[in-house]
Design a protein around this ligand. Structure first.
Ligand SMILES: [Zn+2]
Ligand SMILES: [Zn+2]
Length: 398
């Protein structure tokens, strides 16, 4: 006869651990694929059956509601690192967001935010009669199932499930990923990639990549980065249950093209984050290296940091970096030119909401002035930019 103390599965620690890892991973997949990439960003279409499965699973394991999560998250992207951002560690402090991330999430879900940012989320029988009407019933059912399976140890399994999202999603992603890690792209916020791979948070650790291309279904961009959520999307797509809508900007290169037209500007603009990281690698880095070799011992520390500090987005520049930038620019005329050129190129992007002709003119002027500096690597960079165009199947908007 079954010993009620150990539940249906019996006293196996390994079974409990394996079960906990599987169910918590399913919850992470539901958050990253369904709530984040499908609902909030519309980056991937999901078959109705799969979407419903995720909604039921989230109700059982987190009690989170699609509309609330979607709206708060869209607001985070619209207002990142400002006073309106629902959970910015740059504003409220990392400790606060790490430990109270879920509270910030709940507080962010005001009626006004739901109305403004929650459009296009489900409003069917399940949502109204179950998910919204009984938000805690699901997690209670989950608790009963865990106890039935593992007896008293089921309480521990259930507690782990309940803490998984508040700590890993609300704490680590919303807190740590806007505070610590590495950046592939100089986005105007403080978003960072925590690790190049991380099965525990389903690809969400690649947060700098995500803030760079928020509508991409795939969060990895470098060959060594691995996005678990994208792996699941590929599997679902193979089964016919999912269809990614976008995986980042698509641009074409026409080798030898020397004319700058609106298509060139549009393609470069779409791909501007990668363009700016190429500027850092192919223009700033070789010149900084050249200056390092020429510098005397006392100035070497400065030039070793040159690429890093000269290419940073304003929000990432602290007092120390500002001091270093000033010293570098004073001691190297060539680095001063390419630093100013980088700021000027950023200023060209800032014209993107205005008149098309002004944008084209500003871009052409930038290219011409860059070529006229006579700096070889900058000239090569401009030559490469001219090869950009939009792919044939998409045209520049008129
Ligand atoms: Zn973020
Ligand atoms: Zn997002």
């Amino acid at each position: 006869m079954m010993d009620w103390w150990y539940g249906i599965i019996g006293p196996s620690v390994w079974a409990a651990v394996a079960y906990t890892l599987i169910v918590t991973h399913a919850t992470i997949v539901a958050v990253t694929v369904y709530l984040h990439r499908h609902s909030a960003h519309r980056a991937v279409d999901l078959a109705p059956g799969l979407a419903l499965f995720f909604r039921v699973w989230l109700w059982l394991t987190t009690g989170m509601m699609t509309k609330e999560w979607t709206a708060v998250h869209r607001k985070h992207h619209a207002t990142t690192e400002t006073q309106d951002d629902p959970h910015s560690p740059q504003i409220h402090g990392l400790r606060e967001i790490f430990w109270k991330g879920t509270e910030y999430y709940r507080a962010g879900g005001t009626a006004e935010t739901l109305e403004k940012y929650g459009k296009g989320t489900p409003d069917d029988w399940w949502e109204r009669k179950v998910a919204i009407a009984h938000p805690y019933l699901g997690i209670a059912i989950m608790g009963v199932v865990d106890v039935l399976l593992f007896g008293s140890a089921g309480i521990l399994v259930w507690a782990t499930q309940m803490l998984w999202i508040p700590i890993l999603a609300a704490g680590v992603i919303n807190g740590v990923c806007h505070h610590t890690g590495y950046r592939n792209f100089e986005t105007p916020d403080a978003a960072k990639n925590l690790l190049p791979w991380g099965i525990l948070i389903g690809g969400e650790e690649l947060h700098n990549n995500h803030h760079t291309y928020p509508n991409s279904a795939k969060l990895s961009v470098k060959p060594w980065e691995f996005d678990v959520g994208w792996m699941w999307i590929r599997l679902f797509a193979w089964a016919g249950w999912a269809k990614p809508r976008s995986t980042g900007p698509v641009v074409a290169h026409v080798p030898g093209k020397a004319q700058i037209d609106m298509d060139t500007v549009w393609a470069v603009l779409n791909d501007r984050f990668r363009v700016m990281s190429r500027y850092a690698e192919h223009v700033v880095a070789p010149l900084a290296k050249q200056e390092l070799h020429r510098a005397d011992v006392s100035a070497r520390r400065l030039f070793r940091r040159a690429k890093n500090v000269l290419c940073r987005e304003e929000i990432m520049v602290g007092d120390n970096e500002r001091r270093d930038i000033k010293a570098i620019l004073e001691s190297s005329p060539v680095l001063k030119i390419i630093y100013e050129k980088r700021l000027e190129l950023n200023a060209v992007w800032a014209k993107r909401g205005g008149n098309r002709e002004d944008l084209l003119k500003a871009f052409k002027e930038w290219c011409l002035e860059a070529e006229n500096t006579g700096i070889q690597v900058l000239g090569d960079f401009v030559r490469d930019l001219k090869c950009y165009t939009v792919p044939l199947r998409t045209a520049a908007p008129t």
